[in-house]
Design a protein around this ligand. Structure first.
Ligand code: 5GP
Length: 173
């Protein structure tokens, strides 16, 4: 099954080489194909439908592409985890390390009740630094993070996910 998924989807990921030699995995071509986009969402929905998840937390910006559809289908709410100074209400924030510098994710206070079961979704995981910050945010609000999920997982040697389960659909070579 996963061989089929990989061979059909890998076509959609354009790989753009930057002058610096960094390869960017672009998911926008996947979104142009209705069947591929729907299949992607459906795989997540089938996996998380019966796990008692009440929160889907999506990471800005591309976690917003997949997260709301999954949340609607499994009967959960969607909570955006945003870049600094974007959310209008009171927020808590978590810093994380990037290749060059640091960044922060923010979440509205009161978006999650203690004890809620949460899924974290993003388009891609590389080092895992962004997902780890998301997990810390949710756990500070008392949520139980069931799993992190991404469409693409870059083959990093060591991911900083602090032992949280990670579910990925495709690993480009
Ligand atoms: P990490 O924190 O795991 O090192 O980086 C993952 C974050 O950076 C995700 O939010 C992801 O959207 C973004 N990102 C890093 N590299 C790429 C890439 O090649 N393609 C895409 N679509 N996102 C990337």
């Amino acid at each position: 099954f996963f061989c089929f998924v990989f061979s059909s989807w890998s076509f959609f990921f354009f790989q753009i080489w930057w002058a610096a030699g960094i390869m960017f995995q672009d998911i926008t071509t996947l979104l142009l194909d209705h069947k591929a986009f729907k299949d992607t969402v459906d795989i997540f929905v089938d996996r998380y439908r019966d796990m008692g998840i009440s929160v889907v937390a999506g990471i800005e910006a591309r976690g917003f592409v997949f997260g709301p559809s999954i949340a609607l289908a499994i009967g959960a709410k969607f909570v955006p985890l945003r870049k600094p100074n974007k959310l209008p209400g009171e927020v808590i924030s978590e810093a994380y390390v990037l290749e060059y510098g640091t960044d922060r994710l923010e979440m509205h206070v009161g978006a999650i009740e203690p004890g809620e079961r949460a899924l974290v979704i993003d388009d891609l995981v590389a080092t895992g630094g962004t997902l780890s910050a998301a997990v810390r945010l949710l756990e500070r609000m008392g949520a139980e993070v069931v799993e992190c999920a991404c469409v693409v997982g870059l083959p990093e040697g060591q991911r900083r996910l602090d032992g949280k389960p990670l579910y990925i659909l495709v690993e480009p070579r």
